[in-house]
Design a protein around this ligand. Sequence first.
Ligand SMILES: [Zn+2]
Length: 135
Amino acid sequence: MALTDIPARLDKFGILPTPQRVEIAKILLKKPQHLSADQIIGQLRANGSRVSKATVYNTLNLFGKCGLIKECMVDPERRLYDSCIDAHHHFYNVDTGQLVDIPAADIEVLGLPALPEGTQCEGLELFVRVRNIPD
Ligand SMILES: [Zn+2]
């Protein structure tokens, strides 16, 4: 996706494209990837940006709420932000913390238990936990 389209893309998701939001979106949306808030802050600093940590966290929250990005909670201490919002699954490497996409069509779910009363299924995302094989 062309980085010049970012303000229009934010607008489409109902997000006011302030300069700081555009700056953060440019980092995350430049390719399909999964980044932590700290990694995004690191890239902002490397670009000479002075956007505050709090602004980055608030912005990522907003992006997630509006559906511009997807939040992947791989474990309670690690939240990654996914630039790909199409339905897909992930390999999660517990040794490296890395997420790798699995196309939705590559996993076939044969059945689900009855949903809790009063709920409807919003989506199904699997994490396949993998570990490096020792040499
Ligand atoms: Zn992903």
